[in-house]
Write a protein that binds this ligand. Structure first.
Ligand SMILES: [Zn+2]
Length: 490
């Protein structure tokens, strides 16, 4: 053998030949539904107070039957911005660091979109609420990242230290109906990609199920009382009218829940439209579909309505479904604790891609959920919960975990008041009878110590990331301004 031929053979790929063409990696479609609590979907047994026979979420239910449903999926918090950041970075809130409206993602953190883009994926994101704005770093890694709401906020609200300016932006967005533009944008992208041999990531964020609940009349009529009149009954689902109303009677509360159900049913129909489009374009068999929510919604479970006030179960539990025909099993209901930040590592696992170099226990990076569907009794992973809303003087931390005997607990720390609560989630899954612990820093209770140590570990974990020091405040640095210009914001 000539030295030249020997060298050529040495350099040739081990599996060269006519069948060596590597299989194309699957596409990824992430559907994030804002404020959807799992127990109100029919997939999880949800029914509506005035219309118990109406099926609330037929398309989501069908998606669940075709893949894995995570029965105990949980977010990192109870509001939109940090939980989506956890989803797209694979990191818990205290570690990715974007815990309020004046912080943004450090560019040293590799987003899921960046991971896929670096492997040849075309990446597109469509969002419809102000908390997903690129100013927070959400566009990092997306070839295109489009706002499908009708009220594009002035960028000044993101740098104004007065929380009122952001609140006003949110108030306008709540009255917006965005699903049709969202579905159209994502559908056009899917159609474009169907004509190529290019794998893609498509991220779609649905703001409509977030209050205000303003579904089209044909959906409202299915769920409200026949004699329901919003003017007379005082239930508008409107920010100013009802957000702080505390004296709800059971009928008013049922009316509000019925409006929420009408919004869920409307959103479900729009999700169905997009999934039908995926099918019609012959993409469904090659696309990993992930449907989830960013947090839940309170309906007077603990006396209030809404979210971003507590870390109770009704606001941190979320629906989560994965479907990829042939590669993710059908009809599995996994019971272990699945976390929103595990989606990143799960996608990387299914697509056989390496995680970022800093993904490890030291940085508290999420883990693949594959063990939970391989063994539906797998316990899953402990979750850290975080809620820091300075303008409301709210600072809560929690740990949702199983002990060595498999018992499920939730410890919530209130650092401002120095008190804590412990819930036995096996006996008290709705947290109606939590145990109060005063002066928790002095407590010797092993469950409290475990939560306190986790909070410390999360703070240490951020130091293990390759940060550039550029993520402290959501101000318009030249890099962000350039990125926003690229996306057409100026
Ligand atoms: Zn949200």
């Amino acid at each position: 053998m000539s030295p030249r031929l020997a060298l050529l053979l040495l350099l040739a790929p081990a599996c060269s030949g006519p069948t060596a063409e590597p299989a194309r990696r699957p596409n990824v479609l992430i559907l994030s539904l804002d404020s959807v609590r799992p127990d109100e979907l029919s997939l999880f047994g949800g029914t509506s107070p005035w219309a118990p026979d109406e099926v609330i979420s037929p398309y989501i239910d069908a998606l669940g039957r075709g893949g894995v449903v995570f029965e105990d999926a949980v977010s990192t918090t109870s509001w939109t911005l940090p939980s989506h950041m956890a989803l797209l970075t694979g990191l818990p809130d205290a570690v990715h660091g974007v815990t309020d409206n004046h912080k943004r993602l450090d560019p040293g953190i590799e987003t899921l979109a960046e991971l896929l883009k670096a492997r040849g994926y075309t990446t597109a994101g469509y969002f419809s609420g102000p908390n997903l704005h690129p100013v927070f770093g959400f566009s990092q890694g997306f070839d295109r990242y489009e706002n499908k709401s009708s009220n594009d906020p002035s960028l000044g609200v993101f740098t104004n230290p007065d929380p009122g300016s952001m609140i006003a932006t949110h108030k306008d967005s709540h009255e917006d109906v965005t699903s049709p533009a969202l579905v159209e944008g994502a559908s056009d992208f899917l159609a474009e990609m169907a004509g190529t041999d290019q794998p893609f990531l498509c991220f779609v964020h649905w703001w409509d199920p977030h209050y205000d609940y303003m579904a089209p009349p044909e959906f409202v009529e299915r769920f409200v009382r026949p004699d329901f009149d919003p003017e007379v009954d005082g239930v508008h689902g409107k920010w100013e009218l009802d957000k702080n109303k505390r004296d709800w009677d059971s009928r008013g509360a049922a009316d509000l829940l019925a409006l929420y159900h009408s919004e869920l049913a409307y959103t479900d129909s729009q999700v169905g439209k997009l999934l039908e489009r995926l099918e019609a374009l012959d993409l469904a068999d090659d696309t990993l579909v992930i449907l989830l929510a960013d947090h839940g919604e309170e309906f007077f479970d603990h006396g209030r309505w809404g979210h971003q006030r507590t870390l109770f179960e009704e606001v941190v539990r979320v629906p989560m479904i994965l479907r990829l025909p042939g590669r993710v099993p059908e009809g599995v209901r996994a019971t272990g604790q699945a976390r929103i930040q595990d989606v990143y590592a799960t996608v990387a696992d299914v697509l056989d891609l390496p995680l970022p170099s800093y993904a490890s226990d030291a940085t508290q990076f999420g883990k693949s959920l594959r063990p939970l569907w391989d063994d539906p009794t797998h316990p899953g992973y402990d979750q850290a919960l975080h809620l820091d809303v300075p303008y409301r003087s709210i600072d809560h931390r929690a740990l949702r975990f199983r002990d060595d005997h498999g018992r499920r607990w939730k410890v919530t720390l209130f650092p401002i008041e120095k008190r804590a609560t412990i819930a036995n989630l096996d006996k008290d899954p709705l947290e109606r009878a939590v145990e109060e612990v005063g002066n928790y820093p002095a407590s010797k209770d092993a469950r409290i110590r475990r939560a306190v140590e986790l909070v410390q570990a999360l703070e240490d974990a951020r130091a293990a990331l390759p940060l550039t020091g550029d993520g402290a405040e959501a101000e318009l640095t030249p890099e962000i301004r350039a990125e926003l210009e690229r996306l057409g914001y100026f």
